[in-house]
Write a protein that binds this ligand. Structure first.
Ligand SMILES: C[S@@+](CC[C@H](N)C(=O)[O-])C[C@H]1O[C@@H](n2cnc3c(N)ncnc32)[C@H](O)[C@@H]1O
Length: 225
């Protein structure tokens, strides 16, 4: 989507709280910092999508949202919901969504480690988990959102013929994703090595990787029925 950058100037730098507690579930926090995303238990989709319907697609960790906006433009019959931990990008994307009157895209300030209970079972046709924060160090592993519990949630919300798209530029994280996928029996998957089998718009991070010749890894995940 072509956005007039003069109308929506990108803040020179989004504040990024790297405090560990931002990446932990609310239930594990003794004290809740004011920069922690609000819990969401129920959503009235009339407030977010012009057709008043629930989302068809989810972009988890949408960041600055190039993918989110492009997907919405290319799929006018699908509602796409972005979930993002950092308030800055959420506020910026909301300005664009409101300013351009975009009917089928919304973004919520939310940390996915608190679960996806506000999404009804078997309603989502595509889930995107594209270039998550890597958290390399072992002591930081618990900040990663990708877990068995997360996969249980994805399995619950995905339609029978739904697809879960995963990408990362970190080889160890790719193995970590495959290991967790293998440790549950919810899904089978396909490793994607070419653009022809991917067919979704590029994300901000993917464009960055392509510009710097950084290798990245893609997986398409399907439900075991
Ligand atoms: C490396 S960026 C990638 C953004 C985008 N998907 C892309 O490919 O350009 C990872 C994003 O995930 C967000 N994120 C990390 N953990 C999250 C969580 N638990 N819930 C929601 N968003 C999260 C981060 O704030 C960041 O914007």
């Amino acid at each position: 989507m072509k956005i007039d950058s003069k109308k929506y100037p990108l803040p020179s730098r989004f504040r990024h709280h790297s405090a560990a507690n931002l990446y932990l579930p609310l239930s594990e926090l003794k004290k809740v910092p004011d920069y922690y995303p609000t819990l969401i238990e129920q959503v009235d989709w009339n407030n977010y999508f012009a057709n008043g319907k629930a989302p068809d697609a989810l972009d988890i960790g949408c960041g600055k949202g190039k993918f989110l906006l492009d997907f919405a433009e290319l799929n006018p019959n699908l509602n796409i919901l972005g979930l993002e931990l950092r308030k800055g990008p959420v506020e910026w994307l909301n300005q664009i969504i409101k300013g351009e009157n975009l009917p089928n895209v919304a973004v919520l300030w939310y940390s996915v480690v608190n679960g996806l209970d506000f999404i009804e079972p078997e309603t989502i046709s595509k889930v995107f988990y594209l270039f998550p924060d890597p958290w390399f160090k072992k002591k930081h592993f618990k900040r990663r959102a990708f877990s068995e519990k997360f996969l249980k949630d994805i399995n619950r919300i995905l339609k029978k013929d739904g697809i879960f798209f995963i990408a990362t530029d970190v080889s160890d994280i790719n193995y970590y994703h495959l290991e967790i996928l293998d440790s549950t029996d919810y899904f089978h998957y396909e490793i994607v090595n070419n653009d022809t089998d991917w067919q979704i718009p590029r994300t901000n991070k993917e464009i960055f990787c392509l510009g710097k010749n950084i290798e990245y890894y893609r997986i398409k995940v399907y439900k075991n029925l």
